[in-house]
Design a protein around this ligand. Structure first.
Ligand code: PMP
Length: 440
C-alpha cells in the first residue's frame, strides 16, 4: 500500500487504533488478551484490526496490510475464506452449541485420525493449552509416573507445569517462568536443551523410571524457527520407548500445516500422543489431543482420568475445522503451501544477502523466520542481543509503514496461507528490501 505509509502505531498515523488501545488499557491488562499482541518487543502501540480478507488485514483506521501472522497459524486458508464462512454460517443457523454430541465432532475426529494415524482416538478441547494440559494428564495416568520433560525454547501453552524457564540452554530443574506458578507445580518438570542427544540420554539415565512423558514441538516454532535434526528426534523416540515414557509431539503449529500428517509424517516418526490446535479449528477456538487407543482409554467416562469441556467439540468450531481440512485436501493445499514457501525463499534470499546487517532465513513449508542472530540461525533457544532486538524493532516498523504486518517480536515465525499469491510474495520481498535499508 504505497499510499498508506504512515508513522506506525502513532496517534497521528492510526488515531482509531490509538483510541481503542487507550480504552483497552483501562479495562484489559496491557490492553490485550494475549501478551505478544501488545507490541512490547517492538515498541509503539498495537493496531486494532477491523477485518481480514484473504492475505490482508485492515486496521480500525482503514489501512490495509499484507498479513504474515495469519492469527498465528489457524488461518491457513487466509482470512474470511468463502468456503469456511459458508460452513460456519450453515452451522450457526442450526444453533451454536448443544452440550450433547453432534455429527461434526465425529467427522472431524475421523478426518484428523485418518490423516494422523498415531491419533487412533482423539478428543477436542478449546485451545492448544488445554490440549497439552490434557495430554500430559493422560500420559501421567497411563504411565503412573509424574515427571515431564520439555525443551528450552518450546512453548506448549500456559498451563502451570509447562510454564518453565525456557532459554537457559542448560538441562535444569524446572523453575517457573511466571509469577503465580508455585515452585511445587513445576518441580516435576525437567527442561532440556534442543539438539543435544547426550543431555537427553543423561537425564533419562538418571530419572528414566520416573518420566511419564517427553513433550516437544517436532518443528519448534516458538523461539524463532528451530528445525531439529531427524537423528535427534529419532533418538528421543528411542529413549522414551526404552524407558517406558511417552513421546508427545506438540503439533499445535505444525499439525495440518507442514503436511497432512503433520511433522510426524514429514519426519516418519510416530509419537505416542499428539496435540493439535490452530489449523484444525480453521480460526475458531479448537484444540485436540490424541494417541493410541490404549492410552486414550484412560479418559473418563471409560477410564479414571477426568477431562471435560462445556464447549468442547462445539458444532460451529467443528464446521470451521472441517471446511478448512476439506479445502486443504481438495486444493492440494500442502503442496501449494510448500511451493509458496519455496517461492518466497527464492525471492527473499537475495534480499537478505544485500541486507545492511545479518538476517538469516529459516523455512519449513509455509512457516518462515527471519533470524537476526549475527552468529547465524541457531538450532537451540538462543536469546537475541539488545542490538539484534533493536534491529528487529526497526525492521518491524519499517515493514508496517510499508503495509506489511510481521509478527511483533523477533522470536516469532511468519505464516503463509493459501490466500498469499505470487504477487503478494513479490511485494513482500520488495518491501523487505526497502525496509531493511530503512532499518539500518
Ligand atoms: N503449543 C504450541 C506449539 C503453540 O504454538 C501454542 C500457541 N501458539 C500452544 C501450544 C498453545 O495454544 P493456545 O494459544 O491455543 O492455548
Amino acid at each position: 500500500m504505497s499510499d498508506s505509509r504512515h508513522d506506525p502505531g502513532s496517534a497521528t498515523g492510526t488515531p482509531r487504533s490509538a483510541e481503542l488501545y487507550a480504552r483497552a488499557c483501562r479495562v484489559i491488562p496491557g490492553g490485550v488478551n494475549s501478551p505478544v499482541r501488545a507490541f512490547r518487543a517492538v515498541g509503539g502501540t498495537p493496531l486494532f484490526i477491523a477485518r481480514g480478507a484473504g492475505a490482508q488485514i485492515f486496521d480500525a483506521d482503514g489501512r490495509a496490510y499484507l498479513d504474515l501472522v495469519c492469527s498465528w497459524g489457524p488461518l491457513i486458508a487466509g482470512h474470511a475464506h468463502p468456503a469456511v464462512l459458508a460452513a460456519v454460517s450453515a452451522a450457526l443457523s442450526r444453533g451454536m452449541t448443544y452440550g450433547a454430541p453432534c455429527a461434526a465432532e465425529v467427522e472431524l475426529a475421523e478426518r484428523v485420525s485418518s490423516a494422523y494415524p498415531a491419533a487412533e482416538q482423539l478428543r477436542f478441547v478449546s485451545s492448544g493449552t488445554e490440549a497439552v494440559m490434557s495430554a500430559i494428564r493422560v500420559a501421567r495416568a497411563f504411565t503412573g509416573r509424574d515427571l515431564i520433560v520439555k525443551f528450552a525454547g518450546c512453548y506448549h501453552g500456559h498451563a502451570d507445569h509447562l510454564l518453565v524457564a525456557a532459554g537457559s540452554g542448560l538441562a535444569t530443574f524446572g523453575r517457573p517462568s511466571s509469577a503465580g506458578v508455585p515452585e511445587s507445580f513445576t518441580a516435576a518438570t525437567r527442561v532440556l536443551p534442543l539438539d543435544d542427544e547426550a543431555a537427553a540420554e543423561s537425564l533419562f539415565e538418571r530419572e528414566g523410571p520416573r518420566i511419564a512423558a517427553l513433550i516437544i514441538e517436532p518443528v519448534p516454532a516458538n523461539h524463532g524457527l528451530l528445525p531439529q535434526r531427524r537423528a535427534f528426534l529419532e533418538a528421543l523416540r528411542r529413549l522414551t520407548s526404552r524407558h517406558g515414557s511417552l513421546l508427545i509431539f506438540d503439533e499445535v503449529i505444525s499439525g495440518f500445516r507442514l503436511a497432512r500428517g503433520g511433522a510426524a509424517a514429514l519426519l516418519g516418526l510416530t509419537p505416542d500422543l499428539a496435540t493439535f490446535g490452530k489449523v484444525i479449528g480453521g480460526g475458531m477456538p479448537v484444540g485436540a489431543f490424541g494417541g493410541a487407543r490404549r492410552i486414550m482409554a484412560r479418559l473418563a467416562p471409560d477410564g479414571d482420568t477426568y477431562q471435560a469441556g462445556t464447549l468442547s467439540g462445539n458444532p460451529v468450531a467443528m464446521a470451521a475445522g472441517l471446511a478448512t481440512l476439506e479445502l486443504l485436501e481438495r486444493e492440494r493445499g500442502w503442496e501449494r503451501l510448500e511451493s509458496l514457501g519455496a517461492e518466497l525463499e527464492a525471492l527473499v534470499r537475495p534480499v537478505l544477502t544485500a541486507a545492511p546487517f545479518p538476517v538469516h532465513l529459516v523455512r519449513a513449508g509455509s512457516l518462515f523466520w527471519m533470524s537476526l542472530h549475527e552468529a547465524g540461525a541457531p538450532r537451540t533457544a538462543v536469546a537475541l542481543t539488545e542490538r539484534e532486538t533493536q534491529r528487529f524493532a526497526r525492521l518491524f516498523h519499517a515493514m508496517l509503514a510499508r503495509g506489511v504486518y510481521l509478527p511483533p517480536s523477533g522470536y516469532e515465525a511468519c505464516f503463509l496461507s493459501l490466500a498469499h499469491s505470487p504477487a503478494d510474495l513479490a511485494r513482500f520481498a520488495q518491501e523487505l528490501r526497502a525496509a531493511l535499508a530503512a532499518a539500518k
